[in-house]
Design a protein around this ligand. Structure first.
Ligand SMILES: NC(=O)c1ccc[n+]([C@@H]2O[C@H](COP(=O)([O-])OP(=O)(O)OC[C@H]3O[C@@H](n4cnc5c(N)ncnc54)[C@H](O)[C@@H]3O)[C@@H](O)[C@H]2O)c1
Length: 270
């Protein structure tokens, strides 16, 4: 992203999952554009690094987005420290991949709780705070996988599709009260989450062959559109899904079986 335009001067934001990757790029962009920010994340070590790199206008707090009381406290902190809440970016996410026939109930719950319930809890408690002021904006980070399935990704893709519908439902309920709610659907982004793909040259080549832009995104490529949706430039945009994928949706996912192996469960072995 380029220099500061001050679009968020005087505004207060919470970035859930703000200590790494896309969330950290959003936090940096918000800070550059004048916002005060609460960075809420489960990873204490990464939070300490964030706290150490901003002298002002950033407050860090440990929060697990799957725990309602912790989410509520993170949103409350924005009001306690900075006086209000204008923007929430619900970014925290990860997955435990597995083929349907192998996927444990615990791994399904981990992925769906983090990626879908976490966004529900963050949206709920951000909106409650915003209703106490004069509205606000919420940006949920879904995924291209909301539209496109991938091998061993049933839990993740289902949760991300849920985030898209949650966003639309939230827009239905909250837009009349001045709270815009939108989703960003990133394609492949180079972050710690996807490191394993970039460490495997064959996997990387298979992905890049499908991405018309010819490269993976950097976190800043996603932060720019996310900040746009939260800015006044998007004041008439609510309930929208913005694909930020270098046109990858046009071609679909590669066959990931060579990189993830075959399903382990077999009817003959059962
Ligand atoms: N990287 C990609 O290619 C890609 C593509 C599409 C969508 N996404 C989505 O973008 C979002 C950010 O991913 P990223 O690539 O920046 O990953 P990342 O691993 O760099 O960052 C995710 C952050 O979420 C935090 N987090 C994890 N569990 C949490 C919890 N329970 N409570 C609070 N914080 C928690 C992590 O500590 C980390 O700081 C995720 O929702 C991911 O599904 C990523």
């Amino acid at each position: 992203m380029s220099g500061s335009t001050g679009r968020f001067a005087g505004r207060v934001a919470v970035v859930a999952g703000g200590a790494s990757g896309i969330g950290l790029a959003i936090l940096r962009g918000l800070h550059r554009e004048g916002a005060s920010i609460v960075c809420a994340d489960i990873n204490r070590e990464k939070l300490d690094a964030v706290a150490g790199s901003f002298e002002t206008r950033v407050a860090c707090t440990t929060a697990d987005v799957t725990k309602e009381a912790e989410v509520e406290a993170a949103m409350a902190l924005a009001v306690e420290r900075f006086g209000r809440l204008d923007c929430a970016f619900n970014v925290a996410g990860a997955s435990r991949p597995g083929y349907l026939v192998d996927l444990s109930e615990a791994d399904w719950d981990f992925t769906v709780d983090l990626c879908l319930k976490g966004v529900f809890l963050c949206t709920k408690h951000a909106a409650r705070r915003m209703l106490g002021f004069d509205g606000g904006t919420i940006v949920n980070i879904a995924s291209l996988n909301a539209h496109v399935p991938m091998h061993a990704g049933a839990a993740y893709a289902s949760a991300k599709a849920g985030v898209e519908m949650l966003t639309r439902n939230a827009a239905l309920e909250l837009t009349p009260d001045g709270i815009r709610v939108n989703a960003v659907l990133p394609g492949l982004v180079e972050t710690p989450l996807t490191r394993r793909h970039f460490e495997n040259p064959a996997a990387q080549a298979a992905f890049l062959a499908r991405i018309p832009a010819g490269r993976a995104a950097q976190p800043e490529d996603i932060a720019g559109p996310a900040l746009f949706l939260a800015s006044d430039e998007a004041r008439y945009v609510s309930g929208a899904s913005l694909l930020v994928d270098g046109a990858w949706a046009v071609t679909g996912y590669p066959d990931m079986r060579p990189f993830r192996g075959a399903p382990g469960w077999s009817p003959r072995g059962a």
